[in-house]
Design a protein around this ligand. Structure first.
Ligand code: GDP
Length: 158
């Protein structure tokens, strides 16, 4: 993947910043609130390129598979019930530093703790119904993206 040289703020050395991909999901509450357009507008305004996008309604079993890592958490049933309660919009995003920058754009898991101007702070009702998903690493971004999109339909969009 392409590497863009940038000046590192700490030591002023030229370091490569890697172009990454991450998976965003506009969750069922985002769709129900008619916020698809507004959230995608904010994502694009922040410099992310869209490489794949669709609307899909997850079955309970598919939601459980997507969030298998949270299987033992007390909120697992609530989470998978919510994620299979209506259509959602998975989107593969690309940009330098995509994973961290997207998480900054959406804000903390709990909207009450999310920074001002973030998507969750502005639109989410609760920690459970928090409008958007974001991958926590580039590796998980790839795995989660492939949950919805086979590699050959994720397009370069530079
Ligand atoms: P994220 O990476 O910010 O989405 O947060 P996590 O990976 O910790 O959790 C995944 C998702 O599980 C969150 O986005 C929430 O939808 C849900 N979740 C996390 N904590 C809670 C909780 O305490 N209660 C409920 N109902 N859902 C939660």
């Amino acid at each position: 993947m392409a590497a863009v040289p940038v000046i590192h703020p700490d030591n002023q050395r030229t370091q490569p910043m890697t172009v990454e991909r991450t998976l965003a999901i506009l969750k069922p509450d985002c769709v129900r609130k008619n916020l698809i357009g507004e959230v995608i507008r904010r994502i694009q305004e922040a410099g992310f390129r869209i490489c794949a996008l669709k609307m899909v309604k997850l079955s309970r079993q598919e939601a459980e598979g997507l969030y298998a890592v949270h299987q033992s958490r007390p909120f697992f049933e609530e989470l998978t019930t919510f994620m299979s309660s209506g259509p959602c919009v998975p989107i593969v995003l690309e940009k330098e530093n995509a994973v961290a920058d997207y998480r900054t754009l959406i804000g903390a898991t709990d909207p009450a703790e999310a920074a001002e101007g973030t998507i969750r702070r502005d639109f989410a009702d609760s920690k459970g119904e928090n409008i958007v998903h974001g991958s926590d690493s580039a590796e998980n971004g790839r795995i989660e993206s492939n949950y919805f999109f086979p590699e050959h339909v994720i397009v370069a969009n530079a």
